[in-house]
Design a binder for this molecule. Structure first.
Ligand SMILES: NC(=O)c1ccc[n+]([C@@H]2O[C@H](COP(=O)([O-])OP(=O)(O)OC[C@H]3O[C@@H](n4cnc5c(N)ncnc54)[C@H](O)[C@@H]3O)[C@@H](O)[C@H]2O)c1
Length: 221
């Protein structure tokens, strides 16, 4: 399924991932779910749910719910996680190690195929997921080999280097064909607009949460 890129907002894509996790839970109980039930769990309106899902076609039958399996299959395809997506980790410190030793954190559809660092003391060591930590200077060769020898395209990286190295490391990755970066650093990367970056910052999320906590009507301060 090819989608016209500009038709879909980032927020809709974020909501799709939320729908998917809700639907997987709902499937344990039922075969169908309607937009009112979905809206309740998503804390939104049923009109919003219908609007979101209609972006991708007509799935619901009027008066009936959505077929959960069908919806899961479609969203999985839209998110491109109906097949394995190979990713590399760049920076194998505390954060990189947390990911390579807990691969289930990545969820279905993703596989770590390479780990890179620049620290001489780490290069050559074996990570928890049995991959050898490679010299970051070998990323280019690694990507080329994967393509030529196994016909595997690597274009996604998880960036977990120290903040001060984030921009440099990201630029190097882009030079080598990476076009999608999950940025675990707190550095705001400046890259060509064709490069998709998603920031994953626990601290920023906590700040956001804190704002809602202290501005909640239940706040007793
Ligand atoms: N996303 C979050 O919520 C979150 C939480 C904690 C830390 N962080 C951030 O994640 C990043 C990593 O944190 P950490 O605690 O794992 O740090 P760390 O110091 O333990 O690890 C950083 C690793 O990056 C490597 N490195 C540095 N420059 C590199 C380069 N150019 N190429 C390849 N490897 C390089 C270092 O050798 C080291 O192994 C930091 O930027 C930190 O601010 C994010």
């Amino acid at each position: 399924m090819k989608l016209k890129k500009l038709e879909i907002s980032e927020r809709v894509v974020q909501r799709l991932t939320e729908y998917l996790s809700i639907l997987k839970e709902a499937r344990k109980r039922d075969d169908e779910i309607n937009s009112i039930e979905l809206a309740k769990i998503m804390n939104t309106t049923s009109a919003q749910v219908r609007k979101d899902l209609s972006t991708f076609g007509e799935f619901g039958v009027r008066g009936k719910g959505y077929d959960i399996d069908n919806l899961i299959e479609i969203i999985t395809k839209i998110l491109g996680i109906d097949k394995i997506n190979n990713v590399i980790i760049v920076g194998h410190g505390k954060m990189g190690e947390m990911l390579s030793s807990n691969v289930e954190v990545l969820g279905e559809g993703f596989k770590i195929v390479g780990i890179f660092d620049k620290d001489e003391n780490k290069i050559g060591k074996i990570a928890e997921n049995n991959l050898v930590i490679q010299d970051v200077r070998n990323v280019e060769e690694f990507i080329k080999n994967m393509k030529n020898e196994f016909n595997i395209k690597i274009d996604t990286a998880i960036l977990a280097v120290i903040k001060e190295q984030a921009q440099f490391a990201a630029e190097e990755l882009v030079k080598n064909g990476i076009c999608a970066i999950l940025n675990m650093t707190t550095y705001k990367l400046e890259l060509n607009e064709n490069i998709k970056v998603v920031d994953m910052d626990i601290s920023a999320k906590l700040q956001e949460l804190n704002f809602w906590r202290i501005n909640s009507p239940n706040e007793k301060i």
